[in-house]
Design a protein around this ligand. Structure first.
Ligand code: CA
Ligand code: CA
Ligand code: CA
Length: 562
């Protein structure tokens, strides 16, 4: 028997200020005092997921799935993942029918780089227009985008515009020209300095004395000059080409390095100006194009860069072993997480009121979240917290299984192979070079976890369904952070199109009764629930007289009774 704690909080409710850019200008005012909470009858549990209608996304608000082709699924037996391998798994990601199947339910994929490169990760492309032959052909890729679109899945292409490979024709020509004293041809496409001394983060152009090229990552990654019209013309062509081949959006690599590190460089890029130009240019080819930038920097810089008009920038504050979601669990403080999400929102809105937050727990450059949060209930709670934060959610492949990396802090460990089954899989791909062992999550692979109602995978599927029946959560703005008196319980109100939803978290290992103040909801109805401890915990849920009794490790979504 769980101890029942009653937290009565009639007056103690602390409320953070209203969002500066609340989307719903016509905020519904609740009658104060005249209407009290529903007291009629007993609470009867009807699973909202079985009673409410899911709404498929038609806009840019998506649950995105980040994947590395190399380690995802192999179609031809060479154990390297490929495009056809991914196509064979699309029904797992989303079968296109909201009412059917055992799919995860994501409605966008972010494909890590797939154009021609020497490395397995392919961030060092030597041809932006060619699908790497390890992964397949352009025809395979067009088939992939067709199959994705049939299922309502948008395709987001990872684009490294900050640098090319030294093997790229542009760079080879630039070197040749510089050797002959020519600087107004291909050389203008790269970030260069003429100097007698070697500047930091620059490497020497072999054939041209005193000429240096910028390379913040490594000498084989020469940086482009993004302020050059010639570079921009090529970038426009790349965007046009992939848009015509079915790409719906772009994930921009290395935005932090769009500005040159050295003022003496030929590269005079202003990242905010460049992002604005890129967005406008891409809209010529697809008015609904979606951009999400990797600006791995302070949240102050991230918020400032929203002034460019870019749709999304990854919210790095939420991610990783010390991010706000993992921290909430490690420090037993969910209120801190909620108020931090609201503060970020209000500040980002000042720069761009249409910004879409981009939340995630980990990505291909970070230790997998399952290596920080090792218990399945922790992984589930963290997933609920970040995926129910307004904006877009980015699930890193394998995270939905509780997949860990465990062997060291190296890229190959973060990019361990997807696990389709813990016993057999004829589509197994990877692991990446330098990584000998593949990890099996505690609950097994996809095949095993689909059959287990308590699995991490089935919890992720339920979060996505919950978001589909409550589209306000992703699209709305938080209007209040709710302090429920104990940092283990907190929540927020979110509003969109005159609809208000309240999301409450109980991260404690015990059942707790909380109370909402009268002015939050007139007549409370359940719109969704999640149980990270045990799915049977729904039996403990109770809503009556304005009080909500929440089981251990649970999340409830509340709204007005219709
Ligand atoms: Ca293959
Ligand atoms: Ca389905
Ligand atoms: Ca740069």
């Amino acid at each position: 028997m769980k101890k029942l704690i009653s937290i009565m909080l009639c007056c103690a409710m602390a409320v953070l200020p209203l969002c500066a850019c609340q989307k719903d200008n016509n905020s519904s005012s609740n009658g104060s005092g005249t209407e009290s909470m529903s007291k009629q009858g007993e609470f009867v549990y009807n699973d909202p997921i079985n009673t409410l209608t899911p709404v498929a996304s038609q806009d840019k608000y998506r649950n995105v799935y980040e994947l590395l082709l190399y380690t995802y699924s192999d179609s031809n037996g060479d154990e390297t993942g490929d495009i056809n391998g991914l196509i064979s798994k699309l029904d797992y990601l989303n079968d296109g029918d909201p009412a059917s199947g055992e799919d995860l339910g994501v409605d966008a994929i972010w494909m890590l780089p797939f154009t021609a490169a020497k490395s397995y990760h392919k961030y060092d492309t030597y041809d932006y227009y060619q699908v790497d032959e390890e992964y397949g052909t352009l025809e395979d890729f067009k088939k992939l985008t067709d199959e994705c679109h049939k299922r309502g899945i948008k395709v987001i292409m990872d684009l490294a515009l900050n640098h090319t490979s030294t093997e790229h024709e542009w760079f080879k020509k630039a070197r040749e020209e510089l050797a002959n004293g020519k600087t107004d041809g291909y050389a203008q496409m790269y970030s260069l300095i003429y100097s007698e001394d070697k500047p930091a983060y620059f490497a020497g152009v072999p054939e041209a004395e005193n000429w240096w090229y910028e390379c913040n990552f490594m000498p084989s990654f020469p940086e482009l000059n993004l302020s050059s019209d010639m570079t921009r013309k090529e970038i426009e062509n790349i965007i046009k080409y992939w848009t015509e081949n079915g790409v719906d959006g772009f994930r921009l690599d290395g935005v932090k390095y769009y500005n040159s590190v050295n003022k003496e460089s030929t590269d005079k890029t202003d990242a905010i100006e460049f992002l604005g130009w890129l967005n406008e240019t891409a809209q010529k080819y697809n008015p609904d194009v979606y951009f999400v930038g990797e600006l791995w920097d302070s949240s102050t810089t991230i918020k400032k860069t929203y002034a460019s008009g870019i749709d999304s920038l990854f919210n790095f504050d939420g991610s990783g072993s010390t991010g706000k979601y993992a921290n909430a669990i490690k420090t037993n403080n969910v209120y801190k997480m909620v108020s931090s999400v609201l503060r970020f929102q209000n500040s980002a809105c000042e720069r761009n009121e249409n910004y879409i937050d981009a939340n995630f727990l980990s990505n291909h450059d970070q230790m997998r979240i399952a290596d920080t949060l090792t218990e399945p209930y922790e992984q589930k709670l963290a997933a609920a917290m970040y995926m129910l934060s307004p904006g877009n959610s980015f699930i890193y492949y394998g995270e939905e299984l509780g997949l860990g990396g465990t062997i060291g802090t190296q890229d190959a460990s973060y990019r361990t192979a997807m696990v389709w089954s813990s016993t057999d899989s004829d589509t197994a791909a990877g692991p990446p070079p330098g990584y000998e062992v593949s990890n099996i999550p505690q609950g097994g692979g996809v095949k095993e976890q689909l059959k287990d109602s308590e699995s991490v995978l089935n919890f992720y599927r339920r979060i996505i369904k919950l978001k589909e029946i409550n589209p306000e959560i992703a699209r709305g703005r938080i209007t209040q952070a709710l302090d429920l008196g104990n940092p283990k319980q907190a929540g927020f109100c979110v509003e969109y199109n005159n609809e208000k939803k309240v999301v409450l978290f109980n991260i404690a290992d015990e059942t707790v009764t909380v109370e909402l103040p009268d002015d939050i909801l007139k007549d409370i109805e359940l719109y969704g629930d999640l149980y990270a401890g045990n799915t049977e915990d729904y039996k403990t849920l109770d809503i009556s007289g304005g009080k909500i009794t929440m089981p251990q490790y649970s999340v409830v979504v509340l709204g007005e009774k219709k």
